[in-house]
Design a protein around this ligand. Structure first.
Ligand code: CMP
Length: 139
């Protein structure tokens, strides 16, 4: 089956009007868009999506931030898209992320309790399958 990943434009990215810029970079790289939906996350969805971070100090601020506005959920497809999108996104910390990447070009430290780092990308085939099932139950 074709390789797919889940990309999220987080509420900071949507608020700043960067949804189109993120989609543009995914498409310019040569990946295909399979599904795109603006969604308001729920506590239940985020508890499942971020289960691995439960108990960490940034978990509560992370969930609060992710509930603060709509998220653009995207399924992108293409050979190598899982590591390929993470490479487009850049390092988790936007201060460290290399110029040329989404976080390096468009993100910064806003001095908040959680990294508001614009985008999420699945980190493995197992995560991608699980996360796509959570955000797009019909896919
Ligand atoms: P993401 O990789 O999508 O999923 C976990 C999120 O938690 C991460 O993006 C950041 O938004 C945030 N995060 C990860 N590590 C930290 C940290 N050390 N401090 C604050 N926020 C973090």
């Amino acid at each position: 089956p074709p390789e797919r990943t889940l990309v999220l434009v987080k509420p900071d990215g949507v608020r700043r009007g960067l949804s189109g810029e993120v989609l543009r970079r995914i498409e310019a790289k040569g990946y295909s868009l399979v599904a795109v939906e603006l969604k308001q996350a729920t506590t239940e969805l985020l508890a499942a999506h971020y289960a691995e971070h439960e108990g960490k100090p940034f978990y509560a601020p992370l969930v609060e931030f992710m509930l603060s506005g709509p998220t653009l959920a995207v399924v992108a497809e293409g050979q190598g898209v899982i590591p390929g999108f993470r490479s487009l996104a850049g390092a988790t910390d936007p201060t460290e992320a290399a110029p040329g990447t989404i976080r390096g070009d468009l993100g910064r430290d806003w001095g908040l309790k959680v990294q508001q780092n614009l985008v999420h990308g699945s980190d493995s085939p197992e995560s991608a399958a699980r996360e796509i099932g959570l955000w797009f139950p019909h896919l």
